[in-house]
Design a protein around this ligand. Sequence first.
Ligand code: URA
Length: 424
Amino acid sequence: MNIIDIINQKRLKQELSKEQIEYVVKEYTNGTIKDYQMSALLMAICLNGMNDEEVFALTNAMYCSGETLDLTSIDGIKVDKHSTGGVGDKTTLILAPLVASLGVNVAKMSGRGLGHTGGTIDKLESIPGFSTIMSLEDFTQQVNQIHLALVGQMGNLVPADKKIYALRDVTGTVESIPLIASSIMSKKLASSAECMVIDLKVGEGALIKTKEDARSLAHFMIKIGNQYNRKVVCALTNMQEPLGTHIGNALEVQESIEFLKGNCQKDLYELVLTLGSIMVHMALSISEEEARKKLEENIHNQKGYEKWKEFISMQGGDLEQLTLAPKVFSVKSTKTGYIQKIHTMKLGEIIRAIGAGRYQKEDSIDYGVGMILTKKVGDFVMENEEILKIYLNQKDMTIGSILECFEIGTHYVEPEPLIYEIIR
Ligand code: URA
């Protein structure tokens, strides 16, 4: 087999065989196929797509490229949740302990921030002492003991995705439905969850910009899951504006704690309850309405908050030491009117620029920096009234570029619904 023929075939919109796809994944992972050849093929896939059979073959070849996590020593069903990434998306920090407080096993591996979007592992590492590395034995033991453990990537899982993803990140080939579907699903299959809810973010602040693309991605992921006997539910959710009010690692931990104590932002509340009800329904075989009631109860009686504290302390975190950046500035509107739009990706880029994210793998993160939004889409703001607070350590920020992220006009704009649709 020859990589140049394979590239040409995809360039000419022809279908690749299972054997060709297996060859590419194997030989790229072991270094025989070079980055420049793989980049050309990835771009051809981006432009010309893949059919169902090709996506199944790609997912399987990636899944088989490394180890599979053996979680058989965990008693009972394990549920997983994955988000395709957004700005201010701290849902996992809230959902994982809340669902676990009902006795549902959450044995979760999460990722770091990617581009302008944040990552759960970075957020948790803003808590001094918190460890995101654990042996498989400690991980399974902790899930059996408290129903929850959350770590970074463990073992040599899906090395093909590690390599291909890093290459996609720097070759303009991230936003491809077949590539996203195979990347996410190969990792989910290797991490052995029986049921999963995928929060498929749609909109300006997300990787997927349109509902049509999101639907097509959801169908791929559900079909792949079904082939391996895994239950997959996809929620298409709004990422036209940041989720909740806090953006930045330690700030998002702070908002999650407030949520679990019962001080919940409306949009975040709706998302947590929708995704949580599906997870609990899948794990405990009760109706989603009943699951929702149980989750609401555990917010109000603070059992979710108790589970959060137990989980953080089991993994070594000291919440007393959580620190925010010391320089806090109020950013004020120069206009009177309604907030009609927030340019979420631009705002995410600003957060990254002040130190909350990385430009290179080796960059260190400034955990305490970020923003708290005082106004969101649909809110009225007076000239000289605060729109947000910004938390900085070292780097200065021009207020003008932050204000450019907000469109303010004379007529009221209804915020879009948070949950667009659920695909099962
Ligand atoms: N998350 C992933 O893990 N892979 C993608 O390709 C996109 C989002």
